[in-house]
Design a protein around this ligand. Structure first.
Ligand code: ATP
Ligand code: MG
Length: 564
């Protein structure tokens, strides 16, 4: 995907066109009512953010309202923890559902009465076939289904059996309630779908009150109807379910929302199926739902993403009717844009190399002035201590510099940012391993602030920290969780886990950051000069900060080196 920053004043897409038309024709008496309907069976991810932005965004734009509705019809997979995390994440994105927090389970009694109404109309029946038999009888795309022998039960018998299902008289799996539509329909969803099943399972909200639960397909459209939703926006895979939802609304003779399908978000190097994300968590491939490598909103938050960046991303990807895969670089571009404008710059050395400045006085400490954000003068400046022993990045020194490598090497002069020019004079090696353990330099006192009065130039500017003053830190560097652009593309017999990147997390323990970061609060974000954007992880302790890398800066040298 081409990343072209594009500004448009009025948002237009096919859904907003529909809404505008409906307002023009006064279809819903000027009302716009949308909802975001998550199933509380996992944490929200960046795909949900697309749906949230769409639903809340449209309501805001057209003076409407958005409900938060939990589609909690399956007590076996749903948990209060998920409900709480979903609310927290929607709020974090900056949206407010006010008092309109609803649950499909609030409507269990109404949905039950709807089912009774269908039975009374001869449009639903209790079926004694097993789940396997129902599947078998269903037929295929090329073959029509077969009618159940219980399909023509009299209404009175159906009413009696359904009521007894509800009372708990029959074991799980022994009976279901089905709609009576058309076993020969070209649309498999219309082949007498199951409406209710028996589950002796306590529900996170209704407790033991029910032992029959409505299927998602029987609940979803009716919930939208009950809440008088005008535009039921959902993802494309529900297009084939729309005739069924319409059939329910028509047979029940209730308010009819308009369903509109759009393409779900797919991202390269990412899985966005909750089932797969749960697998990553349960099998311990990540540290939890909020592991910073996860595409969940809680993971992105812990990684250092901002709501503004996510909102910008949602704007840029837009909405369309065709499935496509968005390049994850676009998401990273959006977060860089936002962080560049708003995060303070800091000095941090991730892989330290000790530098001793031989001609600098032993006990002298000077303060140099550093700019907090070159993009925003109002963020001011800060003082950094400078002294005889410093750390620089190991990568910033090469004993034998390759061509086009302009950083420090023996005999070469470079600038220490905001401080002085230094020249490398000697290298000290470990007697046993031969590894370089420190380097010695001289500095030119006439270059204070970073410029030479004689006008001579250097080709590199390095970041540094004063060894005596620096704060120790741990830095976690994250890479893509999957090696393959499409994690679901696997060899025969393998699953998406075979594409996991074994090096998606690198932990650096011996890092040093500038002293001003000592009290950096959890979730605060910074640009570490020349390296990238970082934020403080909740695992931080006093005296041992833990930073997560949100995203790197574009590393120009890595590019040059690759092309050499
Ligand atoms: P999954 O397939 O990951 O289980 P889901 O669609 O079952 O996702 P829900 O909790 O039902 O998850 O989703 C709530 C809302 O978010 C739905 O309206 C759904 O269409 C939307 N949504 C889910 N995933 C995406 C996605 N990748 N892109 C856009 N919208 C999504
Ligand atoms: Mg769903």
């Amino acid at each position: 995907m081409e990343i072209t920053p594009e500004e448009s004043t009025e948002r237009t897409d096919f859904i907003r066109e529909i809404v505008r038309d409906d307002l023009r024709t006064n279809k819903y008496a000027g009302r716009v009512a949308t909802r975001f309907p998550p199933e509380p069976n996992g944490y929200l991810h960046i795909g949900h953010a697309k749906s949230i932005h769409l639903n809340f965004g449209i309501a805001q734009e057209f003076g409407g309202k958005t409900n938060l509705r939990f589609d909690d019809t399956n007590p076996t997979k749903e948990e209060v923890e998920y409900v709480e995390s979903i609310k927290c994440d929607v709020r974090w994105l900056g949206f407010d559902w006010e008092e309109r927090e609803f649950y499909a389970s609030d409507y269990f009694a109404t949905l039950y009465s709807y089912a009774v109404k269908l039975i009374e109309k001869g449009k639903a029946y209790v079926d004694d076939l097993s789940a396997d038999q129902i599947r078998e009888y269903r037929g295929t795309l090329t073959q029509p289904g077969k009618e159940s022998p219980y399909r023509d039960r009299p209404v009175a018998e159906n009413l009696d059996l359904f009521e007894r299902m509800r009372k708990g008289e029959f074991p799980e799996g022994s009976r279901v309630l089905r709609a009576k539509i058309d076993m020969a329909s070209g649309n498999l969803n219309m082949r007498d779908p199951v409406l209710y099943r028996i589950l002796f399972e306590s529900h996170h909200r209704t407790g033991p009150a029910w032992c029959i639960y409505p299927m998602y397909d029987f609940a979803h459209g009716q919930c939208d109807s009950i809440e008088k939703i005008t535009h039921s926006i959902c993802t494309l895979e529900f297009q084939d379910h729309r005739p069924l939802y319409d059939w329910f609304l028509d047979e029940l003779e209730i308010y009819h929302p308009q369903q509109i399908e759009f393409a779900r978000l797919n991202l390269t190097y990412t899985v966005l199926s909750k089932r797969k994300l749960l697998r990553l968590v349960q099998d311990g491939h990540v540290a939890g739902w909020n592991d910073p490598r996860m595409p969940t909103l809680s993971g992105l938050r812990r990684r250092g993403y901002t709501p503004v960046a996510i909102s910008d991303f949602c704007e840029r990807i837009g909405v369309a009717r065709n499935d496509s895969i968005v390049d994850i670089n676009l998401l990273e571009y959006c977060v860089r844009q936002d962080l560049n404008l708003h995060t303070p710059r800091k000095m941090a050395v991730l892989r330290p190399l000790k530098v001793v400045i031989d001609n600098y006085p032993d006990d002298l400490v000077e303060e140099v002035e550093a700019v907090n954000n070159p993009e925003d003068a109002s963020m001011g400046t800060r003082k950094l201590p400078f002294s005889k022993v410093l750390y620089i990045e190991q990568d910033d020194f090469r004993e034998l510099p390759p061509p086009k490598y302009f950083r420090l090497s023996p005999g070469r002069e470079v600038r220490l940012r905001y401080a002085y020019f230094i020249t490398c004079t000697a290298v000290v090696r470990d007697g046993e391993t031969g590894e370089i353990i420190e380097i010695h330099c001289t500095y030119d006192p006439a270059t204070r602030g970073g410029d030479a009065s004689d006008g001579r130039k250097v080709k590199a500017t390095l970041h540094w920290v004063s060894a005596r003053h620096a704060q120790p830190a741990t830095v976690r560097l994250y890479d893509r969780l999957f090696l393959n652009e499409n994690p679901n593309e696997v060899e025969e017999g393998q699953d998406f886990l075979s594409n996991l990147n074994p090096d998606s997390l690198e932990v650096l323990d011996g890092c040093y950051v500038e002293p001003g970061l000592a009290d950096a609060p959890v979730e605060s974000r910074y640009q570490f000069e020349r390296q990238g954007y970082f934020c403080v992880d909740p695992d931080s302790e006093k005296g041992r900060l833990v930073f997560n890398r949100t995203v790197s800066l574009k590393d120009t040298w890595a590019k040059i080196e690759k092309s050499l």
